[in-house]
Design a protein around this ligand. Sequence first.
Ligand code: IBG
Length: 233
Amino acid sequence: MSGKPKLHYFNGRGRMEPIRWLLAAAGVEFEECFIEKKDDLLKLRKDGSLLFQQVPMVEIDGMKLAQTRAILNYIAGKYNLYGKDLKERALIDMYAEGMMDLNELLMSYPFQPADKKEQHLANALDKTTNRYFPVFEKVLKDHGQDFLVGNQFSKADVQLLEILLMAEEYKPDILAKFPLLQVIEQCCFGFVLQKFKARVSNIPTIKKFLQPGSQRKPLPEEKDVQKAWKIFH
Ligand code: IBG
């Protein structure tokens, strides 16, 4: 066995993508075992490999871990991306959970039925702009540090960059909007997040993951949605 973590999921973003991001950020090489058809999923279930009969599943350090958040937390703890004490961990969890909620909204857009897609995207982008991004903008602006928690790179920073880039895929100018009130208050909405994006994108492990040919997955196309649908439903 290679000793590298082995990721079991389909060949697309879905719920595995934040795990790929976090491992890449930690500089950990990983293998991927793609579920191509329903039978592959059924085989894992039959093996007893899936605790709740679901993926993502990650083989790491002799365990078969299920549940996205548990997997992320294990990786974050192991690679020192989870704060220095309980209070920092609580902040990281709080921010990361907000990002998971937003991630769920954005990531599930391609999987919506045709007649619900437009409304789903409008709602997701409204929440992105008016609920979630201002929180992270304010946190960074208020403490003036480079990273969200404890002036130290953590899993919250990795998840924030992933989601900033995903939101930009849907709305390229999402960080460049200046709501009127904020202009009057001379508070440049998006500016702090843009700087954060540039800074974190330049961390060597992340820079590498952002290069073409990495294990980062693209936005799903309709054919990918159909394929995933057949496997999981
Ligand atoms: N709480 C679990 C986690 O976070 O790991 C949920 C896991 C989950 O829903 N897994 C799906 C699954 O295995 C695949 S991701 N379904 C089979 C079953 O029987 O429940 C599905 C998904 C895709 C794209 I694909 C976007 C969002 C979800």
